[in-house]
Design a protein around this ligand. Structure first.
Ligand code: GUN
Length: 281
């Protein structure tokens, strides 16, 4: 029988623990996350509202700068620099994607790596590659925490990551390597993806294509983590993996209530870590 990797449950547990730790901080400065949102992409607005609410629920201070799409690079970078210097700010997140006329690389490079709770700064990416403690992007970290919570040890496993994005595919693959898995990354130019998947003990699907992974691609007893989130025309939320994979997988994340809720829990966790390091420093 397939066991559900319940991200909703784990996310609530993590948030509850963070709330308890934050309550103990009464009388001292509280952790603060500042989110910068540029433009009017509806999905980004929804994500940012959820991040703001989650921060408030655990007792963090949360500020959102909602900027119009016509902001210049200089104005955006100058805001980030002022947040870097603000001693009351522990974490900075610029919601991606940002409008095309803005330079996202410069934005990421400008964020102080010690406040980079997204783990996007090249210094933090490099540390992840060197298996040093650092801020790790929230969705990949959420995937690993979910596996850990169900005592799944990936060491020695034949794992396949579908997708090579900087946000999910690459960091997930690196985390799996760091945890001693054998890792294959498949992407849009890969050939025979179905055959590669059939050999996998663990598949992480982060391709961004609805129902990309089919039932006959999955070995009996394999673990399947679905990072995809897509809204159908009839307003249902579906993932990158067809639901029938449940018939063959040993463990599987549902969509919704799987990896999705873990992303925000990890953002809160990274923000708390940034706060603790900031207070020590
Ligand atoms: N856009 C989609 N996911 C993310 C994320 O985890 N961080 C940021 N900054 N932007 C995103």
């Amino acid at each position: 029988m397939t066991e559900i990797l319940d991200g909703k449950w784990l996310s609530s547990t993590i948030r509850e623990k963070l709330k308890e730790k934050t309550e103990l901080l009464k009388g001292v400065r509280l952790p603060q996350l500042v989110v910068v949102l540029v433009g009017d992409d509806p999905a980004s607005h929804t994500y940012v509202n959820a991040k703001e609410k989650a921060c408030k629920d655990v007792g963090f201070i949360s500020k959102v700068h909602r900027l119009t799409a016509d902001i210049t690079n200089e104005e955006l970078l100058s805001l980030i620099k002022s947040l870097n210097e603000d001693e009351t700010v522990d974490g900075i997140l610029v919601q991606m994607p940002i409008p095309k006329h803005l330079d996202s690389k410069a934005v990421i490079l400008t964020i102080d790596p010690e406040k980079d709770v997204d783990g996007f700064h090249p210094i933090n990416v490099g540390k992840l590659h060197s298996n040093e403690k650092t801020f790790v992007p929230c969705t990949p970290l959420g995937v690993m925490e979910l596996l850990k919570a169900y005592n799944i040890d990936v060491s020695g496993m034949n794992t396949v990551v579908l997708g090579r994005s900087h946000l999910v595919g690459r960091p997930v693959a690196q985390l799996l390597v760091n945890a001693n898995a054998t890792v294959t990354i498949c992407h849009s130019r890969s050939k025979h993806i179905d055959e590669i998947c059939r050999r996998a003990d663990l598949i992480v699907a982060a391709v961004g294509v609805p129902h990309f992974v089919k039932k006959d691609w999955v070995k009996k007893g394999a673990i399947v983590v679905d990072v995809g989130i897509h809204r159908t025309e009839d307003n249902k939320i579906i993932g990158d993996v067809v639901a029938e994979v449940m018939d063959v997988a040993s463990y599987m994340t549902p969509v919704p209530r799987g990896v999705g809720p873990m992303t925000i829990a990890m953002l809160l966790s990274n923000t708390f870590d940034a706060y603790e390091q900031h207070m020590k420093g």
